[in-house]
Design a protein around this ligand. Sequence first.
Ligand SMILES: Nc1ncnc2c1ncn2[C@@H]1O[C@H](COP(=O)(O)OP(=O)(O)OP(=O)(O)O)[C@@H](O)[C@H]1O
Length: 252
Amino acid sequence: MASVLSLEHLGKQLPTQQHTWLFSDITVDIASPEITLIMGKSGQGKSTLLRLLGLLDTADDGTIRHLGKTPTEWGPEKWRMSVSYVAQQPVMLPGSVEDNLRAVSRLHKRPFETELARTWMEAVGLGEMDWSKQAAQLSGGERQRVALVRSLLLHPTVLLLDEVTASLDTISKRATEELLVDLHRREGTTLLWITHDWEQARAVGQRIWFLAGGRLLEDSPADRFFEGPQTQEAQEFLSAHLVQKEDAPCLP
Ligand SMILES: Nc1ncnc2c1ncn2[C@@H]1O[C@H](COP(=O)(O)OP(=O)(O)OP(=O)(O)O)[C@@H](O)[C@H]1O
């Protein structure tokens, strides 16, 4: 059985400085459905990596495959239907919330799954939202969730999640995490999820990819990563987080 996603020697140069690699030689395989969290300091190329996998940017080296086939063999449109990128600051299409939710069915000439859309909107805490509201008027957190539901309606095999809960309050964040984990359990959706939120990574991550110094330095089961990272860079990353937590002021 072909891997859900495989990356071979994937590399990307800095768009502004040719011959300087943002990251290189990333070789890793997701053999079967799982929840992988991508962690690392800012500017390591985590978003760029997801954008390459979502075909929103092109690699300067290496190959990617989804279910054994390259993007060329799939065709970009079919690839993007199966490997769907959800941005941290998603673009809303012109028109209403409903226009946005219906975009996928319109584009791919499929029936619109009204009940499922309602169920998912409710699950992410937007059950009360008026679908006739203009999408341009939504808050950052509302946009993130509408964009997520819009992508879920594609029923992708792989969801590329770029800090998709970053603008959410704790309750909405937990609700969104639950929906995504439930989707993974029920439909076998693979989640490849960038986060800076340690609680989230510990709560939902089955596996951690740690990016540093232009390399994929660690690819570990989540428990092992949090209990004892293998590399010094990851140990420092973990320690910095623990120090930061201890130094946090105790509010009354
Ligand atoms: N289109 C672009 N043009 C110029 N530089 C870019 C472009 N895309 C990414 N970069 C640069 O590549 C580096 C990595 O960016 P990227 O957003 O992928 O990192 P990241 O690890 O996701 O960071 P963060 O955790 O802060 O979101 C940054 O220095 C960024 O400025």
